[in-house]
Design a protein around this ligand. Sequence first.
Ligand code: ADP
Ligand code: MG
Length: 475
Amino acid sequence: MSKTAQTVWNNCLEFIKDNIQPQAYKTWFEPIIAVKLTDNALSIQVPSKFFYEWLEEHYVKILKVSLTKELGEKAKLVYIIKMENTYGNKQPFTEKIPSSNRSAVKSQEVDIPLKNKNPELRNPFVIPGIRNVKIESQLNPNYSFENFLEGDSNRLARSAGLAVAAKPGGTSFNPLLIFGGVGLGKTHLVHAIGVDIKDKYPEKTVLYISAEKFTQQYIDSVKKNNRNDFIHFYQIIDVLIIDDVQFLSGKTGTQDVFFHIFNHLHQNGKQVILTSDKAPVDMQDIEQRLLSRFKWGLSAELQTPDFETRVSIVKNKLYRDGVDMPDDIIDYVAKNIKSNVRELEGAIISLIAQSSFNKKEVTLDLARIVVEKFVKNTKREVSIDYIQKVVSDYFQMDVSTLQSKTRKRHIVQARQLAMFFAKKFTKASLASIGSQIGKRDHATVLHACKTVDNLTSTDKQFKKYVDDITKKLSV
Ligand code: ADP
Ligand code: MG
C-alpha cells in the first residue's frame, strides 16, 4: 500500500496519542491537518504561528520519533501555518509555496529542522508592582461571597462561582465567564471566587487582573522585547482571573497572546475566570477561535436584580456600615434605582453622608432628591447600542435593518445618523463605531458624519430628524 500524507499522519497520531495527556492531544494534535507527502517530508497545517511555536517547544521530540518510525531517518516535517487575517504579514520567516501547490487556504510554509531545541529556563516575568518571587493575587478581601447577596438575577453565576472555588480547574466550568451590564457585580463576584480559593487552597497562585492592565503589560513586554517572559509568567498561574475581556476587542496582538496562555492553562487543568459586559455571541472584534474557547466552559449572566434582591443588598450594606434607616426609605431607593447595583449603593452612601453631615434624620424628601440626582446622572451614559435602538425606533425599523448592507436611501440615512450620534455622544473610535454599526470601516463612519453635517445645514426635514433624535438621546 502506498503511503499518503493522511495514512502517515494517522500512524503518527496513534503513537502520539498513546504517549501524551488526552487533553494535550485534543488541544494540540486534533486541529492539525495532514496536507501532503513528498518523499520523506510530511507537510502538516497548523492553525497559527503560536501553534507551531508550541509544538516546536513541547512536542518536537515525540513528533520526530513518530515520524522517523514512519518515514525513516531522513524524515522531515514541514509546517504550514494557516494564516489568520490578523497576522497580516507580520511573520518574519516566509518560504513561499509554488503557486501550483497553493490551496484555497492562504498559508505560509515554514521548514523546520527536527532537532530538539531544549529551551532554556527564563526568569519569571516581573509585573510592575508585583514582587518578583511571590505573586500577589491583587484580590480585594472585601469582595466576598458572604456579602454578595443571592437573588434570581445572579443565582446561576453565584453557584457556578462557588463550584469553581471549591474545585478550581476541576469542574466543567472552565473557563467560567461571568457577563452582564455595568455595576451588576461581575468584579465583585470574581474577586469572591479568588478570595475563596485563596482561603481553601493557600498554596495556589491566584491572579486577578483587568484586561486593560493585561493589555498594557503585553504591550510593554513587546517594547522591552521580553514577550516570552510575559507569557511564561502567566503560564505559571493556577487561577487566572481576567476582568472585562471586552476590552480586548480589536486588539489582535493581545488576543493572540491570551489565546496562547489560555490554551496552556486549560490544558494543564488550571482555572480561567473571565468577565465581560456582553455574552460571547455579542462580542465584537474578538477572534473566532478565542470566542470558541470562551464557550468551552460556562457563560453565566448577571441580570439586573429584582426588587427583593435590591432591598437585601441595601440592607446588607447598611448593616455592615452600622447604619439604621427606615424601611420606607430603603424601599423608595430600591424601587427607583433598578439597573445598577453600584448606583444603588452610591445613593445609599450619599444619603448616609448627607444625613450625618446635616445631623438630620434621613427623610423621604431627602431620598427623593438624592435618587433623582442618581437617576439623571445615569441617563447621560449613552451606548452605541442604545443610539442604534433610538434611531431605528425613530424611523420605525429594526436595528438589523439599520445595520444591513442595503443601499436604500432612508436606511442609509438612518445608519449615517446612528454613526453621527455615536461619534457625538460616545468616546468610541471611528473604527469601533463602524464595527458596531453594521461592520463598516472607519472611513465609512467619517463619511457618514460629514454627510450628516452637510444635510443638517441644507435640508430642513433632515435637520428636524437630527433635532428630534438629539432630544430623545438627551432625556
Ligand atoms: P461590575 O463589575 O459588574 O461593573 P461591580 O462588581 O463593580 O460591578 O459591582 C458594583 C457594586 O455593586 C460593588 O460595590 C458590589 O459590591 C455591589 N454588588 C453588586 N452585586 C451585588 C450583590 N449581589 N450583593 C452585594 N453587592 C453587590
Ligand atoms: Mg467590573
